[in-house]
Design a binder for this molecule. Structure first.
Ligand code: LLP
Length: 437
């Protein structure tokens, strides 16, 4: 556990987040429960915006809302002067319903549907980040009917291999995302966009991967993207905006050593300013799209320990009342997490155990071979750094309910996502008439 003012052990030996004793949160809201620390989210937002306002004012931080998309997070981002990156009708409509202005939204995705493009146009999003030729024709057609012109960015693939888990690498040469700069496709696509009456080419976008700790891949991205701007300028194409995506790593376990968010921004901005001067290009508006680094460490998940099962001389399994339906990241990526017994934080961690989820799937684990005090049924188990890509990737697998989300701040707590009920779960099920008979 990476302690901070809003995540620490209180004088009762309990885990406290946002001034709330986690055992009291459990008594009030039950488990499993996602808890998000508002102050920490705001602190990270500010660490991005403060550096940018000093060093590169013509910029916007767009929260990559795939990490955690709820009305409250868009409201927080809006109040911190962030925009948002959305990738689906659901994310777009949630952002709009939280009063985010279309002007601060970027619509991404390699497979946007006609309906989603129509929504983007109807809601006047600042830019659609196009990722296919099909989409360009379709968007132009939709705009023509709506008698509107829309801003367009192009997702390019700068061919950078950021060292991370292979499933979350997105800009290797073989990628479903982006148009290659190297083989000339990206430039060709941009030329095509400029021929469309209803599309305004704004600039280029890349996202080089996720959970990256090193600075070099980001510097390299700036280098390659500004080289590409030079190439485009030579063809008379002006690049007004440069969107460098997200990907800054967070602390899951002590193996992870991320830099402070502001260090990533500082490095990127310094490199960009250097490239602008050396390559003599017009300074573009800079967009950054952090997701995980804004909400990841702000979130924890609380569970109740159930069965504790020992396989003699092999392993001890501690089962909890959650699992891959609220956090599929171990099942998907063998992701590692730090855990603790939130009601017994001062007890010595003397046992190596594996925390197992309750789904009927052998890969349903939350943490493998981690140290805990001897766990007993009824203990509260906390998993740290679950704010990103947990709730947003949750499911109802095995007909389990997606846990509610509570926002905490200064000792107060309130639902930002209310609990699902079994009625909700069955609300859209039907039995066909011929079976009912
Ligand atoms: N911008 C674009 C275009 C992206 O595709 C992503 C993430 C981001 C920004 C934000 O990246 P971040 O700052 O969060 O690293 N489900 C995976 C993560 C997939 C990330 C996909 N794209 C996980 O649980 O690790």
């Amino acid at each position: 556990m990476k302690e901070r003012e809003t995540l620490k052990v209180n004088n009762l030996g309990h885990l406290e987040i946002g001034g709330c004793d986690t055992t009291e949160l459990v008594a009030k809201y039950g488990t499993p429960l996602y808890v998000m620390d508002e102050e920490h989210i705001r602190k990270i937002c500010r660490s991005y915006t403060e550096v940018l306002s000093k060093k590169y004012p013509d910029s916007l931080v767009c929260y990559a809302s795939k990490a955690f998309s709820t009305k409250a997070i868009y409201a927080i981002c809006k109040s911190e002067s962030l925009g948002a990156d959305v990738v689906s009708a659901g994310e777009l409509l949630t952002a709009i319903s939280a009063n985010m202005s279309g002007e601060n939204l970027y619509f991404h995705g390699n497979g946007k549907t006609p309906y989603e493009l129509q929504l983007a146009v109807d809601n006047n999003v600042h830019a659609v980040v196009v990722d296919s030729e099909f989409e360009i024709d379709l968007l132009d057609f939709i705009c023509a009917h709506a008698r509107k012109k829309i801003g367009v960015m192009v997702r390019v693939n700068p061919g950078i291999d950021a060292h991370t888990h292979k499933f979350i690498q997105t800009t290797k040469v073989d990628s479903k995302f982006g148009f290659s700069i190297a083989d000339g496709t990206a430039e060709q696509i941009i030329k095509k966009i400029r021929e469309k009456n209803n599309l305004e080419f704004l600039g280029i976008h890349c996202h080089i991967g996720s959970q990256i700790f090193e600075l070099t891949p980001f510097e390299l991205a700036v280098e390659k993207m500004t080289d590409f701007i030079v190439t485009l300028n030579k063809s008379g194409i002006v690049v007004k905006e440069l969107n460098l995506g997200g990907g800054y790593g967070v602390h899951y376990t002590d193996e992870d050593r991320p830099l402070e968010p502001c260090q990533y921004v500082e490095t990127i901005v310094d490199k960009l300013n250097e490239c602008i001067a050396v390559k003599k290009i017009k300074a573009p508006r800079l967009i950054l799209e952090p997701g995980r680094s804004i909400v990841g460490e702000a979130g924890i998940t609380l569970y109740t320990v159930g069965a504790v099962k020992e396989i003699k001389d092999v392993k001890k399994y501690v089962s909890v009342n959650g699992g891959m339906f609220d956090n599929p990241r171990y099942a998907l990526y063998e992701a590692k997490y730090d855990v603790a017994l939130a009601n017994r934080m001062l007890d010595e961690k003397t046992e190596k155990v594996t925390v197992a989820g309750k789904c009927c799937e052998s890969g349903d684990m939350l943490a493998v071979d981690v140290l805990l005090p001897p766990a007993r049924p009824g203990d509260v188990l906390a998993v740290f750094t679950t704010g990103a890509y947990n709730y947003s990737m949750a499911s109802n697998y095995n007909r389990n309910l997606v846990p509610p989300v509570v926002l905490v701040n200064g000792g107060e707590s309130e639902y930002i996502v209310r609990p699902q009920s079994y009625e909700d779960l069955m609300a859209r099920d039907e039995i066909p008439s011929w079976i009912k008979k």
